[in-house]
Design a protein around this ligand. Sequence first.
Ligand code: SF4
Length: 96
Amino acid sequence: MSMFCYQCQEASKNIGCSIKGVCGKSPEVANLQDLLLYVTKGVAWWSHQADVQNIEHKAAEKYIIDSMFITITNANFDANKISEQIEKGLSHSARR
Ligand code: SF4
């Protein structure tokens, strides 16, 4: 299995796409989207910690929203753009 995506109602066999997306999503993009969500969860954790301590974190909030939009079904299949967003997220985490 080179990918696993069960993001939408078009999932293969109504279970999940595991070779290539029915929608055309490549395994590379599916795996990058998974990594982006993982990194975004980390940024969200730090964002929440900043919120608790009344520390300004609008850039992190914008990052989270942008990442969510990128991973919406069929909104962005550009592996380079997704990779750039992952790098941005890692730099947010490093700034804490
Ligand atoms: S978004 Fe694409 S790859 Fe994911 S389940 Fe739907 S059709 Fe399959």
